[in-house]
Design a protein around this ligand. Structure first.
Ligand code: ADP
Ligand code: MG
Length: 707
């Protein structure tokens, strides 16, 4: 094959890269290392950035120009490395001599010992950096060095935007560019746009072919961005189509038991709850019971601050299912929290006919068998436990509602596992996901296109938010001296540190900090320790002791973040507070002051930047989790809310939720309109797109491939 491919020919997108001119099996393996096997892979290997190409100069020319120039000027020279040496002085450096036909230049790098392995005599490449003449010799300090083999030469055009690809030592970005440039035209010929042209026109986007050309070979920065925007739109649209398809499938191909809340049932439920529900709680219970009354499976997110009373709402919904002769399950992210829920609910239902099964990983085998059998036979009405309840072997006789507490620990996969626990594949439970780390509403709605959202705002009657103070590390001893006075009044405290074990980063860890408190400012207090690497029996013991008042101060990692309820705990001290997210800090402080006595939260830390200071100010001045979430959104951007861990979805490759938020909104409404007309993307013109969407998100979202 000739290296210059006739632009009128086509290359199939699934053609292997090794078929291309100049790419043998050896180079092919280097591409494969980057996950690039086909022409299509190559097209989708988008530049990570662009550089404006600077005209190259011959070394002597560069020297003369530099001598004449007043200030140092960025220059680009190309040549062969002649010598490399490491100079071990007070400021160790690497020096290399680069030569072209006209002369030589010295390249100097400080603090770059790794370069020794990457640069060697005989190597060809381009050095770019600020040049100056020192002692009559032309020199560049810390230039960019890019090795370029004879084969990789891409002609330089000054002012051109040069795409920079993620590359490896064996496969330079210039080589990738060269191979791509050669194949670009014929590959573009094979591109089929799967999105309807009306939508593309209406959104003012460029065609898919143009988009790929613009990202790989942009005429200017504006083109590069237009190309990227189109590709980002496609990615977001596929995601939103997947969400809309799921919503559609759930609505039209699956059903859940209709649980109509009659006045009689409602009355019985309310009699079991040991307090009067607040207006906010009643409102949310109503939103939920309206959903439950339908055969369309509920998929609702309940957001509410720590201590806003979400458990009662959960119990309300579960008892509704049980009153209809079905089963309910409540899932907690940790054993501690599962045990706590179990205790709370058992207490509420004492003397009733509701049979509750507790299920955690630490259950003994015999007890586990009783639970497993009882859920399958219907002997248990309710199960409360950890993800152990999602195990393959757990079957329910008739599960009508599943409630997941603290959503951020559960991914989409777990939700799919839950759906599989319905009586038949078409019969699924209603699901309610509860979280104390609210996602700003606009974001939640636009991203999770398939969720309804309820919010419990405000504190319960008689509750006050903990008073929050920020203290610099230097004044930590004062904080602990004050803490001791609270202990002496019979109150209890949490001290949260970031590390489990001693680390080189100088972060406080549980054991050493507990020890230094015991020997220092908290001498005489009973100090316990808790972290995620302890056995669960040990954790339980410590929590029991703390609850029973046998421990005054619990030094812990953020394992206590979720849900733990110790009414007598009034103080929360957080060390290295700058290392925690705002939502985490807010969650943590919600652990104290829950028993009627006022709570205090002291953040010890030294904010390293203005943003960090802003975060501290926010948390000290606001008590509303929703407001804090909005602030976090402003300070850190929406990307933070959608880590892969949080959403359970494959990460986005092109789109960036901070930058492309409006595009996301557009994609969402386009996807909804589209699904609205074609149901499930099963119209013949949509089949290719459907395959793509299912390929990308089918598994993660549990989309079934049924018509
Ligand atoms: P969270 O939203 O953090 O899960 P909980 O459901 O644990 O909050 O409620 C916090 C505490 O407030 C619990 O001790 C609960 O019994 C109590 N509580 C909940 N709702 C009310 C109410 N309407 N009136 C009085 N106390 C309530
Ligand atoms: Mg809770």
């Amino acid at each position: 094959m000739s290296p210059d491919v006739d632009p009128s020919t086509k290359i199939a997108l699934d053609a292997p890269i090794t078929q291309l001119a100049g790419v043998g099996s050896q180079i092919g393996a280097r591409f494969a290392y980057l996950g690039l096997r086909t022409v299509g892979d190559l097209l989708n290997h988008l530049p990570i950035r662009y550089e404006i190409e600077v005209a190259e100069a011959a070394v002597t020319e560069a020297k003369e120009a530099t001598e004449l120039a007043e200030a140092s000027v960025t220059r680009t020279v190309r040549g062969e490395i002649q010598k490399v040496r490491h100079v071990p002085s007070r400021r160790p450096r690497i020096e290399a001599i680069l030569a072209d036909e006209s002369g030589t230049i010295r390249l100097v790098w400080f603090n770059a010992p790794w370069l020794m392995k990457r640069i060697h005599p005989g190597q060809l490449g381009i050095a770019k950096g600020r040049a100056k003449v020192r002692g009559g010799y032309l020199e560049m300090v810390n230039p960019l060095w890019e090795p370029v083999s004879e084969d990789d030469q891409v002609p330089v055009r000054a002012g051109r935007l040069r795409p920079i690809y993620s590359a490896t030592e064996e496969l330079a970005t210039a080589r990738i560019e060269k191979v791509l440039t050669a194949v670009l035209q014929p590959a573009l010929e094979s591109i089929v746009d799967l999105i309807r042209p009306e939508i593309i026109a209406q959104r003012g986007l460029v065609s898919l072919r143009d988009a790929y050309r613009m990202v790989h070979a942009p005429k200017d920065a504006f083109e590069a961005e237009r190309g990227r925007t189109r590709l980002a739109y496609d990615e977001l649209l596929c995601l939103q189509l997947a969400m809309a398809m799921r919503r559609w499938q759930v609505r039209y191909s699956m059903s859940a038991p209709a649980l109509v809340l009659t006045a009689a049932i409602e009355q019985k439920i309310l009699a079991r709850i040991p307090f009067v529900l607040t207006d906010a709680q009643r409102q949310v219970c109503k939103e939920i019971s309206d959903d439950l009354a339908k055969t369309i499976p509920m998929n609702r997110l309940l957001q509410g601050d720590v201590g806003s009373g979400k458990t009662a709402v959960a119990v309300h919904a579960m008892l509704n299912a049980i009153a209809h002769g079905h089963q309910a399950v409540l899932l907690a992210p940790t054993e501690i929290l599962a045990e706590q829920h179990l205790r709370t609910v058992e207490e509420m239902l004492k003397g009733s006919r509701v049979r509750i099964a507790g299920m955690t990983g630490s259950l003994r085998t015999a007890d586990r068998a009783i639970v497993v059998n009882g859920l399958a036979s219907g002997d248990f009405d309710m199960a409360i436990g950890t993800h152990a309840l999602l195990g393959e072997e757990i079957r329910f006789k008739s599960l009508a509602i599943a409630i997941i507490d603290e959503q951020h620990r559960f991914g989409v996969e777990q939700r799919a596992a839950l759906r599989a626990k319905g009586a038949t594949p078409q019969q699924v439970p209603h699901t309610l996901v509860m979280t104390a780390t609210p996602i700003p509403r606009t974001l939640a709605l636009s991203f999770f296109g398939d969720l309804e959202v309820s919010s419990l705002r405000g504190l319960l009657p008689g509750r006050t938010a903990p008073t929050t103070r920020v203290m610099p590390t230097l004044r930590a001893l004062e904080v602990y001296a004050w803490l001791k006075t609270r202990i002496e009044r019979g109150e209890q405290a949490f001290v949260v540190v970031p590390a489990i074990q001693e680390s080189e980063m100088g972060l406080k860890d549980v054991a050493s900090h507990a020890k230094s408190l015991a020997e220092g400012p908290l001498h005489g207090c009973r100090i316990g320790q808790l972290h995620g690497q302890m056995k669960s029996a040990e954790c339980d013991q410590v929590m029991d002791d703390f609850r029973a008042g046998k421990i005054d101060v619990l030094v812990a990692t953020i394992i206590i973040e979720v849900g733990v309820d110790i009414p007598n705990a009034t103080v929360m001290v957080i060390e290295h507070a700058e290392r925690f997210g705002l939502a985490q800090l807010h969650q943590l402080r919600g652990r104290v002051g829950r028993g009627g006595k006022p709570g205090y939260c002291v953040l010890i830390g030294d904010p390293p930047s203005d943003i960090a200071q802003g975060r501290f100010d926010t948390i000290a001045n606001s008590t509303d989790g929703f407001e804090i979430a909005e602030m976090d959104l402003k300070l850190r951007g929406p990307g933070e809310f959608f880590g892969a861990r949080q959403s359970g979805l494959p990460p986005l490759q092109v789109a960036d939720l901070t930058r492309d938020f409006l595009l996301l909104t557009d994609a969402k409404s386009d996807a909804q309109a589209w699904i609205g007309t074609s149901g499930d993307l099963t119209e013949s013109c949509d089949l290719a797109l459907r395959r793509r969407v299912l390929g990308l998100y089918g598994a993660a979202l549990g989309l079934s491939d049924i018509g």
